[in-house]
Ligand binder design. Sequence first.
Ligand code: AMP
Ligand code: MG
Length: 429
Amino acid sequence: MTTPALSLDQIAERLQGYDPQALSASQVNAFLAQLVQPVREQETVPLMQAHGRILAHDVVSPISVPPHDNSAMDGYALRGADLLSDRPCPLTVVGTAFAGAAWQGTVGAGECVRIMTGAIMPVGLDTVAPQELVQTEGETVRVPPGMLLPGDNRRLLGEDLMAGQPALRAGTRLSPAACGLLASLGLPTATVWRRPKVAYFSTGDEILSLGQAPREGAVYDSNRYTVAGLVQALGCELIDMGVVRDDPAALEQAFVDAAAQAEAIITSGGVSVGEADHTKAMMKKLGDVAFWRIAMRPGRPMAVGRITQGDRSAVLFGLPGNPVAVMVTFAAFVRPALQRLMGWQAPALPLLKAKSTEALRKKPGRTEYQRGIVSTNAAGELQVNITGNQGSGVLSSMVQANGLIVLGHAQGNVAVGDAVDVMMFDGHL
Ligand code: AMP
Ligand code: MG
């Protein structure tokens, strides 16, 4: 059953060197791992709708795959022991085994059976000579010496999965391959965790919704669209709440509505130091919320906590307003936290090492994320160059990028040719 939620103070006490005014990226993730509890409701869905869902149970294979030894090639099934090492081995063809039904005859020494890919291996035969390897003459085939070993071109019963073996673990995301695997076991449905509901709204009086006329000092709401894509690509259900005015009553209503329906609330804007708006005040009023300054660039300010509404509470991610800062903080922190909420035992994303084509200025003591394009150079090595203007509001350089260069907390300047870590976009960003 669900473990009781810890308060922010309790989580903070457990973290070495917690300082809300100077958190490292790794401390943020350690904090969020304690704050976020997985949604523990299951549902059973048809396999055709299971793609991207998170398995709630281990799946033990009810059958062996393949269920029989069978041929991997079109050709002739034979006894490996009949093969000769110094001259062609002549064999008499005594029948044909097709896929889908067992061939019922018996095969003597010096005999073979014509066989199709996927057909069950006739009893006593263990090797398949591919059709293109043999010479045929009437009912006789000759297998040239030295081309085959006993056991070649035979698929073994259970070589993919043995009945009773775990096929997939709870917490696995059902990729196309995993869905195919479940189908190969004959399973028509999958029991998965319910998708978490994630509410999103943008804040700020300067933010225009699409369709509104441009006005001086105002910008269109791009965060709504980047966050919607990020949340949905991950496999969460989005509750899209648009732009909320910088007005206490409107903000309160938005937070209350969001917490009543969602397991997580993401907002953008209004969390920087010196913000004149009501967002922070309302977060404080309605929940247990900490306002952080993270040692990172872009994306320094962030609010984190829980918004409570009756007996429900939703995890809050109050992201900064700058469009690239939103995407970077999502990739670095929100994404792993939502994966946890989904029950997804996601393997850590491996970072790629690539040679920087340019010198990069970097101060130790914060983590920096730069938009990069990874490519292969003339020597066949991975290289990365940054995509022009790295301003935290510049989305076009994010569009051009295929990854984020991650310059770690302790790292200093990067020289041309130095290897740097890159978090590759995998279709989610
Ligand atoms: P803030 O974090 O509220 O100080 O916002 C930082 C910058 O991000 C400001 O230039 C805002 O205009 C911009 N910004 C905030 N919210 C959005 C949004 N939803 N879409 C596009 N830009 C935004
Ligand atoms: Mg603002």
